[in-house]
Design a protein around this ligand. Sequence first.
Ligand SMILES: [Mg+2]
Length: 368
Amino acid sequence: MNIALIELFIIRMPLKSPFMTHLGTVSEREGIIVKITDKEGNSGFGEGVAFSTPWYTEETVKTSTHMLTDVLIPVLQNHPIEHPQEAAVLFQPIRRNHMAKAALETALWDLYAKEQSQPLSRLIGGTRERVASGVVVATDSTASALRQIEAYLEEGYQRIKVKINPQQDYDFLGEIRRYYPQLPLMADANSAYTLTDLDRLKALDELDLLMIEQPLDPDDIIEHAQLQKAIRTPICLDESIVTFDDARKAHELGSCKIINIKVGRVGGLFEAKRIHDYCYEHDIPVWCGGMIEFGISRAHNIALASLPGFSIPGDLSASSRFWEEDIITPEVTVENGVISVPARPGMGFTINEKRLKETTMAKMAFRF
Ligand SMILES: [Mg+2]
C-alpha cells in the first residue's frame, strides 16, 4: 500500500429530528472523514464515529482528531504496510482510542479493496448479497414512538429498537406491544439500570422482546451474568464489548446471549471480524450496531453485516433516516426491508464531493 496522502475532514450536519436517550439528545452530528490516497491515485475512506461529547464512550471528535493527528498517522508514516491487518497490529500498543483507530483502519480496508479491485464485503469474507435492515426509535413519548414505528414499518424495516430507561420502560414497551403483537421489538437501555432494578427488568420478560441491550454498566460483565441468570429476555452487550477478549469473557461468564458488534467501538474491521468469527463458532448471534453515522461508516457496516454470523437485523438504516443529504452517492436505501451489498470494488459507494465540501468545518493533510 503505497500511501501518498492522508486527509482529515471534520464535518458537521444537523439530524432531521433529535435522537434522544437518557444520556442526552443528539440534534447535530460532528464526524471525522479520513481519506487515504495511494501513489497510484486510488482513494480509501473511513469515518470516525466518536460524538462531540463523551456520552457513549470516552472518545470525542476532539480526542479522536488528536489521536489521529499526533499518534496514529505518524505510526503509518514511519511504518509502511502491505495489508490493513498490519495497521491493527501496529495500533495495538496504543491503549484504547478505538474509534480513532477504526477511522484510519477502515479507510485502509477500503483503499486495499480498491487496489485489489474487490468488493470490501467479499475481501473480508462476506457471503450475503443483501443485509436485513433495522431501525432505532429514540424519543421520550409513546405517541411519537408509535408514529415513528408505523412509518418505519411502512418503509419495510424488519426490526424496531427503542431506547428505554427506568422512567420509560414497561408501560412504554407494553403499549408498543399492544399495537404490534408480532413486531420484532428490542430495547436498548444504554446502562440505565443497576441490579437493584431486577424486578423492573424481570417484568419485561412478558413482552417477548428479541433482547434487552446493555441494561447495566458499560464496564461490567459480572453483574450482567447475574442478571442474565435471573431474566428470560436475552441480554445483548454493546458498550461492554470493546475487544475480542471482552466478547470471549462475556460468553464464558454467561453475561449475554447476543453481541452487538460496532466497528468503531472495537477499533476496526479486523477486530470486528475476529469477534464475529468467535461468535459464529460458538453459536452466539451477532448484529451490527449503529452510531448515528454518515454514509462511509454505513458502507463499512454493510460490508461487515454481510458476514455469515450476522443473523439478526442490525441498526442498518437508510441514509434518509438521519440526513437530508448524505455524503455518499448513491445513498444507502432500504427496499423491502433489506439493503443490497454493493458489488463494486471497495466499500461500493463514492463520495458526494459537493455535500462533503458543504459540511466540512476543518481540513488537515499529511503527506507521506
Ligand atoms: Mg446500544
